[in-house]
Design a protein around this ligand. Structure first.
Ligand code: ATP
Length: 240
């Protein structure tokens, strides 16, 4: 059995009177790609924000452990040092910096200059579009290119866990295919990923295991291929 990277147990989150997450358990093991799917407002993003400690003032209960350590009270800027990287919805690239500068920022905790340069080249090979535009300001990139940059920047920190929030959002079908190609590639390098997605089919096709969230609860979980075949998943999330 692979080592557990992330374990969420009995997580509750309430925004004032609204209970967004109602006692969920999740586990992500080393090397896994886990898809967390569900409809709008199911509580997926709230769950990721609870993990990274980036929720606005609200009530959080339960335990979140990362590599065997509680993340309670960890400031989000310390997560990079702990090798936990998040690519948020909306991406958050540094718009007034070039692609190359964004990638350097992703590696700011690293001191191995030659290694950082080698990694930039490595991710440029995976994302040739970024290579072609290395000196271009990130703010002038297309949505899909910004998504790729945000992922490459997160990868520059050598994460032990990569959290991706809706990477396909707002992208054209071709770009969505490309992003998923890259997610598979990153996963095949052994990087552990928790992927939140509304595109249930692509997410489950890429993932090892999946969880379905509905109205703040995890209502189903298991092998991703089996979930793709499950009639309830087909009817509710795959439009079949
Ligand atoms: P989506 O795919 O639409 O982003 P989601 O599954 O990620 O959906 P969340 O964003 O986690 O869902 O939202 C879960 C619930 O919590 C929703 O009902 C939402 O309106 C509510 N919610 C989220 N953020 C806040 C907030 N800052 N204040 C109050 N309610 C919030």
């Amino acid at each position: 059995m692979n080592k557990t990277v992330l374990k969420v147990a009995g997580l509750h989150v309430a925004y004032g009177g609204i209970k967004a997450v109602k006692g969920i358990d999740l586990e992500v093991n080393e090397g896994e790609l886990i898809a967390l799917i569900g409809a709008n407002g199911a509580g997926k993003t709230t769950t990721l924000k609870a993990i990274t400690g980036t929720l606005p003032a609200c009530k959080v209960e339960g335990t979140i452990s990362y590599l065997g350590e509680s993340l309670k009270g960890t400031k989000s800027f310390h997560l990079v040092e702990k090798k936990l990287a998040m690519v948020p919805e909306g991406r958050g690239v540094f718009t007034r910096m070039s692609i190359r500068e964004n990638l350097m920022m992703g590696a700011y905790t690293r001191t191995d200059k030659a290694g950082v340069e080698a990694d930039i080249e490595k991710w440029f090979d995976v994302f040739p579009r970024l290579k072609e535009r290395a000196a271009q300001m990130a703010g002038t990139l297309s949505g899909g290119e910004q998504q790729m940059l945000a992922m490459a920047r997160a990868l520059m920190s050598h994460p032990k866990l990569l959290l991706l929030d809706e990477p396909s959002m707002g992208l054209s079908p071709i770009m969505v295919e490309k992003i998923f190609e890259v997610i598979r590639k990153v996963s095949s390098e052994g990087i552990t990923i928790l992927l939140v997605e509304q595109n249930a089919r692509l997410a489950l096709q890429a993932a090892h295991r999946g969880y379905v969230m509905d109205s703040g609860l995890v209502i189903m979980g298991g092998n991703a291929a089996a979930m793709l075949d499950d009639p309830r998943v087909k009817a509710a999330y795959l439009g079949e």
